[in-house]
Design a protein around this ligand. Structure first.
Ligand SMILES: O=P(O)(O)OC[C@@]1(O)O[C@H](CO)[C@@H](O)[C@@H]1O
Length: 350
């Protein structure tokens, strides 16, 4: 069973505009939807849609629309009553595939709530194969929350401890990496940010010091997977093990831990117009975990991750794909070679 943890869930409200977003103007929506969200909640929704056993752990009162929504779609969850509403996050999409997102901070946690959430997670994780620690931390929860939880899970369950995946950003991700999670799933922007934050990490033996060197823009990183691999190698001494790096329309890379004999794998598919990219990374992570849980090879896991991410991007709002939405045979997975890769992508996109 896969346990997902979402300390800062959200009600995701999506507005579909008939044209580009114009700041300062009244615009009328061509469509709208509301879904229970937050990264771990999305991973759970995607796992449930794929028929994979999972349990979502999240704060929220029983009457909160996020929990009511989860119950409606029969995603199993355990929740921690808050006495306060969860946040609402807004997504605005246009027909060109541009997604604008505005996320609230979320309700404030005191020490007691933080401790109660930690205990709920430790309890719910008993017997789990994976625990996914996902999304931002609400105000009041310390940045090292994921690192602490990972440490507690390992000390409490020892050899029976679940594998740990982290899908977060900013300080929560940087602090979590120190606990050596089994898997991280950054996108280009999160990877650059992580590299910036962990720049003080000891450089890998023989590598030129990269700290202070100008960083590429996220879109440039998506076009140059060789740069992604370089950044990852820099981060491994700081605690990064397996990394699933999602590269938007460019596919994804699976980078094994330092010293592994396994090759770096890359995956891509035919061009697609995104309808809403919100939740695509979460769907990718769910695909990876479902395939891993089913005993799949690294190639299977990356193919399933990429197929799920592509399907999620082509669906409105943060809708998670069902098996019928997937076209895994569209996805090419191959060993990554810096030179051939650039050629492939150029070939592919012209
Ligand atoms: O503010 P966070 O916790 O970083 O991200 C929250 C969020 O943007 O992540 C999901 C998409 O990945 C959405 O369901 C949700 O609104």
């Amino acid at each position: 069973m896969i346990v997902t943890v979402t300390p800062n869930p959200s009600l995701d409200r999506t507005i579909e505009l008939p044209g580009p977003l114009i700041p300062g103007e009244l615009q009328r929506a061509a469509g709208q939807s509301v879904e229970s969200g937050g990264k771990g909640v999305n991973v759970s929704r995607a796992l449930s849609a794929a028929g994979a056993g999972n349990l979502a752990v999240l704060p929220g009162d029983p009457s909160d629309p996020v929990l009511v929504g989860l119950a409606e779609i029969q995603v199993p969850f355990r929740s921690l009553p808050l006495g306060a509403p969860l946040r609402t996050n807004i997504t605005i999409t246009d027909p060109q595939g541009t997604t604008t997102k505005i996320n609230e901070a979320g309700p404030r946690f005191g020490h007691q709530l933080t401790a109660a959430l930690e205990e709920l997670i430790l309890h719910a994780a008993e017997g789990a194969s994976w625990v996914v620690l996902a999304g931002s931390l609400p105000p009041g929860v310390p940045d090292d929350f994921y690192a602490r939880v990972a440490g507690q899970l390992r000390s409490r369950y020892g050899t029976q401890a679940p594998r740990i995946a982290v899908d977060a950003s900013g300080p929560a991700l940087a602090a979590a990496v120190a606990a050596r999670p089994d898997l991280i799933k950054p996108n280009a922007e999160e990877l650059l940010d992580l590299h910036r934050r962990v720049a003080g990490a000891p450089a890998r033996a023989g590598a030129p010091a990269r700290a202070g060197a100008p960083q590429p823009a996220p879109a440039e990183l998506e076009r140059h997977p060789d740069l992604v691999v370089d950044l990852l190698r820099d981060l491994q001494p700081a605690g990064v093990r397996t990394a699933l790096v999602t590269l938007g329309a460019r596919g994804a890379l699976l980078i094994p831990p330092a010293g592994s004999a396994d090759p770096v794998l890359c995956a891509y598919g035919p061009p697609l117009t995104a309808r809403s990219t919100v939740g695509a990374g979460d769907a990718s992570l769910a695909g990876y975990l479902a395939a891993h849980q089913a005993g799949g090879t690294a190639e299977d896991c990356l193919r399933q991750a990429t197929a799920q991410g592509r399907a999620a991007a082509s669906l409105p709002g943060s809708t998670m794909p069902a098996p019928g939405d997937l076209t895994p045979s569209d996805v090419v997975v191959e060993a990554f070679h810096p030179d051939s890769e650039r050629h492939h992508h150029e070939h592919h996109h012209h």
